[in-house]
Every structure is written in structure tokens, then in C-alpha cells.
Design a binder for this molecule. Structure first.
Ligand SMILES: [Zn+2]
Length: 191
């Protein structure tokens, strides 16, 4: 299945709860894992850390998270069904975020350091996750997708928060005006 990119309206549509895990849920998860790994094969400098179902155009509350975000050789993911943010706390961290559905652009996004998440695993068992740092950031990014929110929404009023990946695989700052000019669909409010 194809990963959809902005401005596809399905990325801006709030997703529906799954409630009952069925074969269809498992098929969605399989398609998400496959699409993530296919994407990674075409992007040698980037790791596919996570994905939300709306990124395949499926507005259901399903996300997958890479089990080891440091190691491309570990291709296993954990699926979280109907994930909910119970609480966020701690200091606000700034770090880079990218998104399979926002091609080429990276942003310096503020996120809380800690997040408590409740979700169901694919076997129906409930899990509670106390996440910090990068895992908290990734989970909050993916759960945002289920509300139709993208990382760029958190930084759209910041001129110096925009970056792109150059040919060598380095993240380099980009001029905000160029970013707007080259990606008009991301900035409908700017001239
Ligand atoms: Zn994303």
C-alpha cells in the first residue's frame, strides 16, 4: 500500500476507534509494517521508526512503533490499538522530527519529556507505557496523526525550526521562505 503525503485530506481526518480487534486489524498492521520497511529501503539515511494507519489512508486508531529505533537490522514493530495519552509531564524537549507523510522536511519540534500512554496490543491485552525522551516523542507524534495533526502544526509560527535532508544524508537548516515557497500545500495561510 502507498504511503500518502500532505495535503491528502485523510491525513487531516480524525481516526475512528478500533474497539474490536479482528483479522482486518491484523491486516492493517501487516500492511503498515510492510510499507514502513519498503519506504526505508528507498531512504538509506533514514530509519522508519513508526507509522500511523492514516498514513496509508486508513482512518483507524492503529499505530506501529519500531522495537529498536537505533538498529535498522531489527525490523520488528509493536502495534498499539486505540492508543490514548493519559498524561504528559516533565520539561519540554526540542528535537528533530520528520514524517513519512511530509516528504523531505524536518522540524525542531517541542514535546514533553514524559508521556503515559494506554493502548491495546494486537492480542487484545491492555498495556500502559511510561515513555520518556525519544519514545515519548515518537508516541506523541503518532497519536497526533490519529487526530489529524502533523508535526509541522507545532512549529508553523517558528521561522528557524525548519530543516531538510541533503544529498549526503545530513539534516541542514533551510530558509523558512524557501520552505514555504517549495511546499505551498503545507502552508495554506502563507502567501
Ligand atoms: Zn508522521
Amino acid at each position: 500500500m502507498k504511503i500518502i503525503t500532505t495535503p491528502d485530506p485523510r491525513l487531516r481526518t480524525p481516526s475512528k476507534k478500533v474497539n474490536h480487534i479482528t483479522d482486518e486489524t491484523r491486516e492493517i498492521v501487516d500492511a503498515m509494517v510492510k510499507s514502513s520497511l519498503d519506504w526505508e529501503k528507498k531512504h538509506p539515511y533514514e530509519l522508519s521508526a513508526a507509522m500511523a494507519a492514516p498514513q496509508l489512508g486508513i482512518n483507524k486508531r492503529v499505530i506501529i512503533i519500531r522495537d529498536d529505533m537505533e538498529n535498522k537490522d531489527n525490523v520488528s514493530f509493536t502495534a498499539l490499538i486505540d492508543p490514548e495519552v493519559i498524561k504528559t509531564e516533565g520539561k519540554t524537549n526540542l528535537d528533530y522530527e520528520g514524517c513519512l507523510s511530509v516528504p523531505k522536511i524536518y522540524g525542531m519540534v517541542p514535546r514533553p519529556d514524559k508521556a503515559r500512554i494506554k493502548a491495546k496490543l494486537l492480542d487484545g491485552n491492555e498495556v500502559r507505557i511510561k515513555a520518556t525522551g525519544q519514545l515519548a516523542r515518537t508516541l506523541l507524534h503518532e497519536i497526533d496523526h490519529l487526530e489529524g495533526v502533523l508535526f509541522i502544526d507545532h512549529i508553523k509560527d517558528k521561522k528557524d525550526a525548519w530543516f531538510e535532508l541533503n544529498e549526503k544524508g545530513d539534516i541542514v537548516p533551510i530558509d523558512y521562505d524557501t520552505c514555504v515557497k517549495n511546499n505551498k500545500e503545507l502552508f495554506p495561510d502563507e502567501d
